[in-house]
Design a protein around this ligand. Structure first.
Ligand code: MF3
Ligand code: CO
Length: 249
């Protein structure tokens, strides 16, 4: 069941997602060779608590950290550790909070120092695919319009869309209906309505779309060891079209 949000609830979701956006932009500033992924996790938690928000991922299904940090061939749910980032790595930071009973959720992928041309193209394609999907998030369209727009962008660039993880509705829970695949067919799926709030999150692989989950039970990696990128925004569907909630004001 998809829960529609009132304008007042959308304001609250904007506050939660604004906190996430601010924290991601602060974390992005810290990315440099030598920093460890656990330092980023600790800092994300400290920033959230300082703003009166609760890190949303910590304890969720037993996940032990506040931040997901996925490096190079890691697709999503990378676990923070004493691993130091290296020049040329690409790193995805996925962060969520609960503030005033409403959740915020967003992710970015950034290069560490200078990265390869293919890494830059993968990151650029994934971000562009997210924005093409968001563009379709309009009342009267169908869910498949979002999914197809993302898939078309990604495959036109010669990359592949991860099948095993999806975007989601967001509100008083981190994950609500509907599930939002990053591949699909235009005109299919549920009809989109004003008041829906969606977290759209394409995960894009350089090579095969296949992934596997490591023995830690969380870290998803590409099956072929090639690179992967991930971007996520939470957005509201309004009478004036899509409004991105997780952007720095
Ligand atoms: N942004 C991810 C999601 O929407 C993060 C969840 S990871 C978990 O599913 F640790 F919270 F499970
Ligand atoms: Co999400």
């Amino acid at each position: 069941m998809v829960i529609l949000k009132s304008p007042e609830e959308i304001e609250k979701l904007k506050a939660s997602n604004g906190i996430v956006a601010d924290i991601l932009s602060e974390l992005r500033e810290m990315i440099r060779p030598g920093i460890t992924t656990i330092e980023l996790d600790r800092y994300s938690e400290e920033l959230a608590l300082r703003k009166g928000a609760k890190p949303a991922f910590k304890g969720y299904m037993g996940y032990p950290f506040s931040l997901c940090v996925s490096v190079n061939n890691e697709v999503v749910h990378g676990m923070p550790s004493d691993r130091a980032l290296k020049e040329g790595d690409i790193v995805s930071l996925d962060f969520g909070v609960c503030y005033n009973e409403y959740y915020g959720d967003s992710a970015i992928t950034v290069p560490v120092g200078d990265s390869s041309d293919i890494a830059k193209r993968l990151i650029g394609t994934t971000r562009k695919a997210l924005y093409s999907g968001i563009e379709e998030a309009r009342a009267g369209n169908r869910l498949g319009d979002i999914s197809a727009a993302i898939q078309e962008q990604v495959e036109a660039a010669g990359f592949s869309v991860v099948r095993d993880f999806v975007g989601h509705g967001i509100g008083k829970s981190l994950h609500e209906d509907p599930q939002i695949p990053n591949f699909g067919v235009r005109g299919r799926g549920i009809k989109l309505k004003s008041g829906m709030v969606l977290a759209v999150e394409p995960m894009v692989n350089e090579g095969t779309y296949k992934i596997k989950v490591l023995n830690d039970g969380w870290t998803a990696v590409t099956f072929d060891g090639k690179l992967s990128a991930h971007f996520e925004h939470s957005l509201a569907i309004t009478e004036n079209g899509p409004v991105i909630l997780s952007e720095v004001a």
